[in-house]
Structures are given as C-alpha cells and as structure tokens.
Design a binder for this molecule. Sequence first.
Ligand code: 2XW
Length: 124
Amino acid sequence: GPTGTECIKVKGKILSDAKGFAVNVGKDSSTLMLHFNPRFDCHGDVNTIVCNSKEDGAWGEEDRKADFPFQHGDKIEICISFDATEVKVKLPEAEFEFPNRLGMEKIQYLAVEGDFKVKAIKFS
Ligand SMILES: C=CCO[C@@H]1O[C@H](CO)[C@@H](O[C@@H]2O[C@H](CO)[C@H](O)[C@H](OCc3cn(-c4n[nH]c(N)n4)nn3)[C@H]2O)[C@H](O)[C@H]1NC(C)=O
C-alpha cells in the first residue's frame, strides 16, 4: 500500500542442491507483476537473479540483477512490497527493485516454484 510498510513475507529454505526457484506475484499465473527467479544453475544462467513480468501469458523483457545474495541451503525471508510504479523485494542484506509494468494495484496470486521449501507466507 501507499505507506509501503505492508509486505508479503515468504519464509522458507533453499534446497541444498537447488538449481533455481521462483516467487511469482500478480493476478494469476498468466498475469504476473513479478517473477522473481534466482538461478543457481539453470536456463544457462549461473548465480543470477532473473526478474520478469508476464502479461496474458507472454513474458516481458528480462531484468538480470547484479547481486546474488543466496546460497544453497539458506533459510531466507523475502519481503515483497509494491506501489503504482515499482515492486520491491527485500532480503535481510539486499533489496531489488522492478518496475510495476502492468500498473497492478493489488496482488491476488502468489506462487513459489522450484527448489524452495516454503515454511510460512504472511501478508502484513
Ligand atoms: C538464450 C535463449 C533464449 O533466452 C532464454 O529464453 C528462455 C525461455 O524463455 C528464458 O527462460 C525462461 O525465463 C522466464 C523469465 O523470463 C522464466 O524464468 C521461465 O521459466 C518459467 C518457469 C519455471 N518454472 C519452474 N521451475 N521449476 C518448477 N517447478 N517450475 N515454472 N515456470 C524460463 O524458462 C531464459 O531466461 C532466456 N535466457 C536469456 C539469456 O535471455
């Protein structure tokens, strides 16, 4: 929301042999505000976070981040917040921004895929 204090918290553990995982938030599986996809070694990427949006089932332009603050087996808490212009993904030691390309005003869909064991999800 406008105060930016609200966030969607995803808590869990990265598998010890993780190739990659993704946190998807948006309207539904075909319309994503953010596909946050840390890749340890998959789709030709090594230790790279790929972010993207999806509109009516079509991927947008990929945005590869410079930092990769993840290690195999890590227990992490990802905090996702957004406003009309951007989505923020906060970790304890890192923060990533991605444009709210679709101008989405609310998130009604969240899915975690890949080599990540979800422990808790909290909407605060
Ligand atoms: C160099 C060849 C052409 O470019 C490549 O094209 C691939 C296909 O579009 C890109 O990979 C997709 O990138 C998307 C984001 O832009 C998604 O990450 C997509 O995977 C979606 C996905 C993964 N999973 C999934 N993983 N594990 C499980 N359980 N589910 N479910 N949906 C990936 O298959 C890949 O990121 C892209 N690479 C580059 C460097 O552009």
